[in-house]
Design a protein around this ligand. Structure first.
Ligand code: PEP
Ligand code: MG
Length: 574
């Protein structure tokens, strides 16, 4: 048995045979049952034939366009497809390793590429690029032929090991069939980690090289609560973890039956708890976990997956989605964060990012007639960003009215997640309807510590005095002009940081739904009056380590021992 430690990003235990995913490039490796091996060989042959047909067609089109000189590139790929170095090796791998065709194509093409690497002639060496192209085409044709979801053929109850797992791929996985995941890259504040917590999928990220250490099919335990992965555990350990998993599932079910309404401290201060969600279908789950409204809907997740560009370009499709959100959350509000620049860059094609933003705003204005809807401007760096959005909003409204459509009211909030926004919070407060502090980014940009780089984890300190000062500054600026403030970063669900945030005067938090029940329990044990005194002392301390030590002392013990960060208190109960 080997034990690896990473960042437990989503609580719970999962165990099962490992299925591998290499996202870069995207390849899955799973074991083919003995009686399906020849079927897999046929799949590969079909994909080869289909690829050859496509390459010939491309060649013919180039001939027609008098670009015959380019045709040799595609002819070369056809030759590669017939090369015994490729064909024999690929079929051998299916038979000897019982590997799936996608994986075999990747391996055989990597072998072919390595041969090109050794060639001295730079012209021939350059042909390596065509091998990668060919590999992509073959895998595309295999995928099309399979015509199903990503893990359709993987047995139920497997756990996933990946080099990296992007949120869009994670969002496509059927997590009722895959129990949990472990990845080389990533950390607690990654969007994939956030998604895992919302979906209650046990996960450990930032394991550096687990994808190179685990053989497909080997037994794995993923313990997201204790941040550990066990490779090939003993029979006793398997029994122990099965037992833990069963108890975790039972605890999770118990916690899901929570009432809604605000949390209250022991001395009756009300703290509003909203939910951060990524999918329309999550509203109901958020309610069940005790959320009041939707404090953050990360709309860029609507663009994840193959049809992202189509959704971004369709006002009607988006209107329908926002209307469903509003319908389900009524009478509470929904806060839709506008598409981030990065998400828009990925889908922008014929339409510019500005045009796509206009489409989103029109869809939101139309949906706002159905119930309370707020928009949140992401990565605001100063007042200019807010004004730009308001101008675009006014233009969008005029366009809709010109079409005879009715618009609902939209409040406009600023996401405070860049230090420049926190430092100009007094100016922003005069022009924003509300603030939402995004500490996931605020911490990384303040401390220069990437949120997704496991090696920078030690530098990523939410309780750093600089971060606390910025949050205090935002709260003070907003309270002077009565602008409501929420905090929607993961820090809100951190049982050590939350008392300080309440002590600073924060009255609304928004978090992943799974964290809400535990957070309500923690709040019920706190006294707001004491927290104000504790926070005054915290603000006089010079390092995050001193602050954590002091908090551990005055909260009795490190609450993380008992109520680990994030989803629930399973650690204490298993
Ligand atoms: C944040 O930055 O704290 C936040 C909530 O936004 P995201 O995690 O989507 O960047
Ligand atoms: Mg952010």
């Amino acid at each position: 048995m080997r034990r690896l430690t990473g960042a437990g990003v989503s609580h719970g235990v999962a165990l099962g045979p490992a299925v591998m995913l290499m996202q870069n490039p995207l390849v899955i490796r799973f074991a083919i049952p003995e009686d399906r091996v020849e079927h897999e060989v046929v799949r590969l042959r079909d994909a080869r034939e289909r690829s050859k047909r496509q390459l010939r067609e491309i060649g013919a089109r180039l001939d027609l366009r008098a670009r015959a000189e380019l045709r040799y590139l595609f002819d070369a790929q056809i030759l590669m497809l017939d090369d015994p170095l490729f064909v024999n090796r690929a079929e051998d791998l299916i038979r000897t390793e019982r590997a799936n065709a996608e994986w075999v194509v990747w391996r055989a093409c990597s072998g072919l590429a390595a041969v090109f690497d050794e060639v001295e002639d730079p012209y021939v060496r350059e042909r390596k690029g065509e091998v990668a192209d060919l590999s992509g085409r073959l895998r595309m044709n295999l995928r099309r032929a399979r015509d199903g979801a990503l893990f359709d053929e993987v047995e139920d109850g497997a756990v996933l090991v990946a080099d990296q797992l992007s949120p869009s791929i994670a969002a496509q996985i059927d997590w009722t069939r895959i129990q949990g995941f472990a990845t080389d890259a990533g950390s607690r504040t990654d969007h994939t980690a956030i998604l895992a917590r919302s979906l209650h999928v046990p996960a450990v990220m930032g394991l550096m090289d687990i994808s190179a250490r685990v053989a497909p099919g080997s037994m794995l335990v993923i313990d997201g609560t204790m941040s550990e992965v066990l490779i090939e555990p003993s029979a006793d350990q398997v029994a122990e973890y099965r037992d833990r998993r069963e108890r975790w599932v039972a605890v999770k079910k118990g916690r899901e039956r929570q009432g809604s309404g605000p949390a209250k401290t022991a001395d009756y201060l009300e703290i509003r708890i909203d939910a951060n969600i990524e999918r329309v279908a999550d509203v109901e789950a958020a309610r069940q976990q005790g959320a009041q409204g939707i404090g953050l809907f990360r709309s860029e997740f609507l663009l994840a997956g193959g049809d992202g560009s189509a959704v971004a370009a369709s006002e009607d499709a988006q209107y329908e989605l926002y209307r469903q959100l509003v319908d389900q959350a009524r009478p509470d509000y929904v806060t839709v964060r506008l598409f981030t620049e990065a998400a828009l860059d990925e889908v922008a094609g014929e339409l510019s990012a500005r045009e796509l933003r206009g489409i989103q705003l029109r869809a939101l204005l139309r949906a706002a007639i159905h119930g309370p809807l707020r928009i949140l401007v992401p990565t605001v760096s100063g007042v200019g960003d807010l004004r730009q959005t308001r101008t675009l909003l006014a233009e969008s409204q005029a366009q809709l009215e010109g079409r005879g459509e009715t618009c609902g009211p939209l409040s406009v909030g600023a996401m405070i997640e860049i230090p420049s926004a926190a430092l100009t919070a007094d100016m922003l407060a005069r022009e924003a309807d509300f603030f939402s502090i995004g500490t996931n980014d605020l911490v990384q940009y303040t401390l220069g510590a990437s949120r997704s780089e496991p090696r920078a984890a030690a530098l990523y300190e939410p309780l750093h005095p600089a971060v606390l000062r910025l949050i205090r500054q935002v709260l003070e600026a907003a309270s002077r002009v009565n602008v409501p403030v929420a905090l929607c970063g993961e820090m809100a669900a951190d049982p050590v940081a939350l008392p300080v945030l309440i002590g600073l005067g924060l009255g609304t938090v928004s978090m992943n739904p799974a964290a809400i029940p535990t957070t309500k329990q923690i709040i019920a044990q706190l006294r707001a009056e004491t927290l104000r005194a504790v926070t005054t002392r915290v603000l006089s301390l010079a390092t995050a380590a001193e602050i954590e030590e002091y908090l551990a002392h005055c909260l009795g013990r490190d609450p993380r021992d008992e109520l680990p960060l994030g989803s629930a208190a399973e650690g204490a109960q298993t």
